[in-house]
Design a protein around this ligand. Structure first.
Ligand SMILES: [Zn+2]
Length: 268
């Protein structure tokens, strides 16, 4: 089929005139029967702006073939009501007591130059930051390398209303092949929290699941609120110790604890 070039030119003009490219000046070639009203509506502008933009006062003076310049989109000025404010954080009623195990003169387990007390604190600080961002009230039994006795930890915890207590530890065994994560608890609500955390620990870290167990650790049985003790991994096992020492592992543990808290909060 032979296509003559004026036809192509006409087609190109038509297509170009109809394309709405934001930010690019557009023109519209007036066709037979078109009015200012129809053209303005097609391009989403007002008749007044379209006419003024092209220096027209009389709409009847519009002629076929005239290339009209389409005015750019109106820039909407933000008013007080439309300005984006950061969404106010909904304070949650639950208080989470985060207990980094050991500290100060009590190093906890020490294997291959790795101190349990340091790992516990690193994870605890990450958990604190994430929970606060989510609107939880957080109490820390320690925020530095300080010695805090078990009864002091329980006292701080028992001063809190509507709290849950989470003690963070890393494990060790003379049997260096032993590895994995486990969570201990007291009370029925503690069991739910322990299961929620343990599940996320195992799926996030891909570690051996040593399960959840009831155990009356001193730090747990002195607390009046639901309480769990998380053993995040064995630093006596060389390969697990290497993993436990990485920021990724510590961040994943913290995330699992936070997700466990979220699940607990949604169900209690
Ligand atoms: Zn410990």
């Amino acid at each position: 089929m032979k296509v003559d070039s004026p036809f192509l030119l006409f087609l190109a003009t038509l297509v170009f005139g109809m394309l709405a490219v934001p930010g690019v000046a557009q023109t519209h070639v007036v066709r037979e029967g078109e009015t200012f009203y129809a053209i303005a509506r097609k391009h989403g502008v007002s008749v007044e702006r379209l006419m003024a933009h092209n220096g027209f006062r009389d709409p009847l003076k519009l002629q076929v073939g005239k290339a009209l310049k389409i005015p750019p989109e109106e820039v909407k000025v933000a008013t007080k009501t439309t300005r984006l404010e950061p969404k106010p954080l909904m304070r949650k009623s639950l208080r989470v007591i985060i207990d980094a195990g050991h500290g100060g003169k009590d190093r906890g387990a020490v294997w291959g130059g790795v101190h349990e007390a340091d790992l516990n604190l690193k994870v605890a600080l990450r958990v604190e930051e994430s929970l606060k961002k989510l609107g939880y009230s957080v109490t820390m039994t320690r925020r530095s390398d300080a010695f805090v006795s078990l009864s002091q930890r329980a006292e701080v915890t028992n001063r809190c209303r509507n709290g849950i207590f989470i003690s963070i530890h890393f494990n060790a065994s003379l049997h260096t092949s032993v590895k994995g994560a486990e969570t201990f608890y007291v009370g029925e609500k503690g069991a739910f929290l322990a299961r929620s955390i343990q599940e996320k620990l195992v799926s996030g870290l891909k570690v051996r699941n040593r399960g959840c167990r009831h155990r009356n650790f001193a730090v747990l049985h002195q607390t009046a609120c639901p309480a769990v003790l998380v053993e995040c991994g064995f630093i006596s096992n060389p390969s697990e110790r290497a993993r436990c020492s990485t920021p990724w592992y510590q961040a994943t543990v913290a995330q699992a604890i936070v997700q466990g808290v979220q699940r607990y909060y949604q169900n209690h």
